[in-house]
Design a protein around this ligand. Structure first.
Ligand SMILES: C[S@@+](CC[C@H](N)C(=O)[O-])C[C@H]1O[C@@H](n2cnc3c(N)ncnc32)[C@H](O)[C@@H]1O
Length: 241
């Protein structure tokens, strides 16, 4: 697999700039959960036609996420920017028609957000905690997402050996741990799309042995969302050799 370019018609957050942004009026709308961050202008750029469903998911997460232990009490005022838009930034990296595993989906980040944004791909959400898999299943049903399967397992035990075209993960573990646990799930020539924080370069250096052992090639570190949203995301992207 070559690295995937943004599909035709989908916004490429690496190229979006402020001139492309619509008016920055936040959408507040009726029925918005108390304390939820107003929807930022970036949401329409990142999600386009999928925004109504993403909005529904964000609101439900804001209403129930704390009670279910999915998000902390401090997350509501930054839910859109830090979590929802941030997750959506990787949507253009999903290959058309791909079978994508999202390891450690938790509340559905980025897995459910990507499944809404990319109905042309199929998503397997791999998450070991029952309370979280219950939430993921109920949200996939409620939102009518037919491209989602939820598997309760650790990545190391998930029954997908060498079957996935792409793997995503966000806030699961450092690259030196994450790479050996996700690579066995990916077919040869498939791709890792691992969302990381500002220390991604240090993590990459610390994972040199694991990267060599997994025979990763075409390694790139991308910064997505610059000029679109204040919370850019960094992605460690590589092909499994
Ligand atoms: C900090 S949470 C992040 C959740 C979500 N990805 C996000 O960005 O909000 C880490 C998640 O990874 C899951 N997890 C930890 N180790 C895992 C493993 N080996 N395989 C699959 N999931 C794992 C945890 O159960 C938890 O839901």
């Amino acid at each position: 697999m070559e690295h995937t370019p943004a599909p035709t018609g989908a916004p490429d957050p690496r190229r979006l700039d402020r001139e492309a942004s619509p008016s920055p009026d936040p959408v507040s709308g009726p029925g918005r959960a108390d304390g939820l961050e107003a929807e930022p202008a970036a949401a329409v750029i990142v999600f386009g036609d999928a925004l109504d469903r993403v909005r529904d998911f964000a609101n439900q997460l804001a209403l129930r996420g704390e009670e279910l232990g999915l998000i902390g009490p401090l997350e509501l005022p930054r839910l859109w920017t830090r979590h929802i838009v941030n997750s959506g930034l990787v949507a253009p990296l999903v290959a058309p028609g791909a079978l994508v595993g999202d390891v450690g989906s938790g509340a559905g980040l980025p897995g459910l957000v990507l499944a809404i944004a990319r109905p042309d791909a199929r998503f397997v959400l791999i998450e070991p905690m029952e309370r979280r898999t219950d939430w993921l299943r109920s949200e996939a049903d409620r939102l009518g997402l037919e491209n989602v399967e939820v598997v309760r397992a650790r990545a190391e035990d998930a029954p997908y050996a060498e079957r996935l075209d792409q793997v995503t993960a966000r806030a699961v573990s450092a690259l030196r741990t994450l790479i050996p646990s996700v690579v066995p799930l990916v077919r040869r020539g498939g791709e890792l799309i691992l969302m990381k924080g500002v220390r991604v370069e240090e993590e990459r250096q610390a994972a040199a042995k694991q990267i060599a052992k997994a025979r990763l090639t075409n390694i790139e570190i991308l910064t997505l969302g610059d000029g679109v949203t204040p919370e850019v995301t960094r992605v460690f992207r590589a092909i499994v050799g």
